[in-house]
Design a protein around this ligand. Structure first.
Ligand code: B12
Length: 457
C-alpha cells in the first residue's frame, strides 16, 4: 500500500524534538509498502500536507499527534485543533474515504491519552492507540478489506462509536527507520543538533499522575544494547551532534543503563548525550561510568522534596534519595537539572515552603518548576480527583485540567518566582520567552544540546 506518515508536531519549545515515533512506525512496516514521511515542524499551515497527499495519492495517511498541549499552566497551549485541521486537509485534498479517499489513521503519545475523544473530534477513520509497531497488522487488515468487526478486534484499534480497550504492551521487536543524511533531519541539526533514540520501552514505576505506563506499558522491555549502539552510531553518522535517550526513565534498570552506555561507546559514539533519570540512590561509580561513555546532562524527575507529598505521588524514592542521587551525579562532574511538579496531592503551604527551602540545598542544579499537576484519564490521580469530587467520570479533560490542592497555581508560581529572586537557573515551567530566547540564541551560535547547564554559570 502507499502510506503517508505525517508528524503534526510544530512545537519548538524547549527545542524541536525529532519525530522518533514515526521512525518506529515506519521501521515496523513490511518493505512491500511504499512509505513516505512528512514532518510539518516548519510548515505553518496544512498546504504541505495537502500537496503531499495530492502528489503521492496515499491509500492510508497516518497522522502522529505527540502533544495535545504543553502541560505548562504558566503559558498554556493546546494542539488539539492541529489534529482536526490535518484530517480536514487530507479530506480536502483526496476526498472522503467513501469516495475513494485514503484511510486517515491517528496515533502517537498525545493521541493515546484521549483515543476516543480525539478520533471523534478529528473525524478520522480510525485510531491506533499505544505502540505503533501494530500498524502493520492494521494495514494488512485494510488491504484485505476487513470489516469494522475485524478491525475493532485488533489490539489498540479505535473505531467511531465502538468501545475501546487499552492494548497490552507490544511484545515484538522495535525496528526503526533511521535518518541517513543531514538533509533528513535539517531543522533539528540547525537548532541544537539533537536527535533521539530509545533504549527500552515501558515504565515500571507507579507515579499517581503519570501517563507513561498507559502509552508504553508498565513492563520494562530492554532493547539489545548492541542494537542501541548501532542506532546511536547511525545518528552520529547522519549528522547528529547530541543525542537524547528518550526512555521514560533511563536508569529504571541501572545494569541496562550501563550496558547501553558501553555499547554506544563500543560502536564509536563520540557525541554527548542526556536522558531522564529517577533520583534513586545509584550503585557505586554509576554516574562516573556513564560520564566516561558520553553522558553530558542528567535530568532528574524529582517532583518534590517533601516526603509526605512524594508518598502521595506514589514515588519510589524520598528526599534523601534525591540528595544521594544529586551528590553522586555532581561528584562525577555532571551538570544536573531537577524537574519539580508542585501543587499535586498532599500539597499545602507548609509542604511547598519546605520543598522550596530544601531545593536551596541542591547545589549547582538547574531547577524547572511545573506549578500544577495535569489530570489525565486512566491515571491514579484521575481516580483520586473523582473520589474527591474535583472531576466527574464523564469529564473529557482534553482542555488541560489541573488537580487542586493547597495554594492555587498562580500563588505557587509567585512563591517560586519570589524565591528565585532573579536566579536564571530557577525556571518556572518551560521557561517562558526569556529562556526560549536564550536557548534559540545559543543554538543559532552553534551550541548543541539542552543548554540549561549554561544557566548555572
Ligand atoms: C523524552 C520525552 C521528552 C523529551 C524529548 C527529547 C528528545 N529530543 O526526544 C523532552 C524533555 C524534550 C520533552 C519535551 C516535551 N514533552 Co515530552 N516526553 C518524552 C517521553 C518521555 C518519551 C517520548 C518518546 O520519544 N518516546 C519514544 C517514541 C518512539 O514513542 P512515541 O513518539 O510515543 O511513538 C510511539 C507511539 O506513540 C506510536 N505512534 C507515534 N506516532 C504515530 C503515528 C501513527 C499513525 C501511529 C499509528 C502510531 C504512532 O508509535 C510509536 C512507536 O511505538 C514522553 C512520555 C512517554 N513515555 O511517551 C513525553 C511526552 C510525549 N511529552 C509530553 C509533553 C507535554 C512535552 C512538552 C510539551 C513538555 C514541556 N512543557 O516542555 C515538551 C514538548 C517538546 C516538543 N518540542 O514537542 C507529553 C505529551 C502528551 C501531552 N500532554 O500533550 C508526554 C506524553 C508526557 C506526558 N506528560 O504525558 N519530552
Amino acid at each position: 500500500m502507499r502510506v503517508l506518515l505525517a508528524s503534526l508536531n510544530r512545537l519548538a519549545e524547549p527545542f524541536p524534538v525529532y519525530p522518533l515515533g514515526l521512525d518506529h512506525v515506519a521501521g515496523a512496516l513490511d518493505p512491500r509498502h511504499e512509505v513516505r514521511l512528512l514532518d510539518l515542524l516548519e510548515q505553518p499551515g496544512e498546504d504541505g500536507l495537502g500537496a503531499a497527499v495530492r502528489g503521492f495519492d496515499p491509500q492510508v495517511v497516518g497522522l502522529s499527534l505527540r502533544n495535545v498541549d504543553n502541560t505548562d499552566v504558566s503559558a498554556a497551549r493546546s494542539f488539539v485543533d492541529d489534529c482536526r485541521r490535518a484530517v480536514a486537509a487530507v479530506r480536502a485534498a483526496a476526498g472522503p474515504r467513501e469516495a475513494g479517499g485514503p484511510w486517515v489513521v491517528l496515533g502517537g503519545a498525545g493521541y493515546t491519552l484521549f483515543p476516543e475523544r480525539l478520533l471523534a473530534l478529528g473525524a478520522a477513520d480510525l485510531g491506533l492507540a499505544g505502540e505503533g509497531e501494530r500498524f502493520g497488522a492494521v494495514l494488512q487488515a485494510l488491504e484485505a478489506g476487513a470489516g469494522a468487526d475485524a478491525l475493532a478486534a485488533l489490539p489498540g484499534v479505535v473505531l467511531p462509536g465502538r468501545p475501546f480497550h487499552r492494548p497490552p504492551p507490544w511484545a515484538g521487536g522495535h525496528p526503526r527507520r533511521l535518518p541517513r543524511t543531514p538533509e533528513e533531519c535539517g531543522p533539528y541539526l540547525a537548532r541544537g543538533g539533537m536527535l533521539n533514540l530509545q533504549t527500552q520501552r515501558g515504565c515500571p514505576f507507579h507515579c499517581a499522575y503519570c501517563t507513561y505506563p498507559l502509552i508504553e506499558g508498565g513492563r520494562l522491555r530492554a532493547f539489545p544494547p548492541e542494537e542501541v549502539g548501532r542506532a546511536a552510531r547511525a545518528l552520529q553518522d547522519a549528522g547528529a551532534r547530541y543525542l537524547f535517550l528518550a526512555d521514560s526513565v533511563f536508569n529504571a534498570d541501572p545494569a541496562h543503563s550501563l550496558a547501553v552506555a558501553e555499547a554506544m561507546r563500543a560502536a564509536g559514539l563520540s557525541l554527548p548525550w542526556g536522558a531522564f533519570f529517577a533520583p534513586l540512590a545509584p550503585p557505586d561509580g554509576f554516574y562516573a561510568h556513564l560520564r566516561a561513555c558520553g553522558l553530558a546532562h542528567v535530568e532528574f524527575g524529582t517532583d518534590h522534596l517533601s516526603d509526605a507529598v512524594l508518598a502521595r505521588y506514589h514515588k519510589s524514592f524520598r528526599a534523601a534519595d534525591v540528595f544521594a542521587a544529586h551528590r553522586a551525579a555532581r561528584a562525577a562532574g555532571l551538570p544536573v537539572a531537577h524537574y519539580f511538579m508542585l501543587g499535586g496531592p498532599g500539597e499545602t503551604e507548609a509542604t511547598l515552603g519546605a520543598a522550596l527551602e530544601a531545593a536551596e540545598q541542591l547545589e549547582r542544579a538547574a531547577m524547572f518548576f511545573f506549578c500544577g499537576v495535569r489530570i489525565y484519564p486512566g491515571t491514579g490521580l484521575w481516580r483520586l480527583a473523582q473520589q474527591e469530587g474535583q472531576i466527574r467520570p464523564e469529564d473529557e479533560l482534553l482542555e488541560p485540567t489541573y488537580y487542586r490542592a493547597g495554594p492555587p497555581s498562580a500563588d505557587i508560581i509567585a512563591r517560586v518566582q519570589a524565591r528565585a529572586a532573579g536566579r536564571l537557573h530557577w525556571v518556572v515551567g518551560s521557561g517562558g520567552e526569556r529562556f526560549q530566547t536564550m536557548l534559540a540564541r545559543m543554538h543559532r551560535r552553534g551550541r548543541v544540546g539542552p543548554q540549561w547547564d549554561k544557566l548555572l554559570l
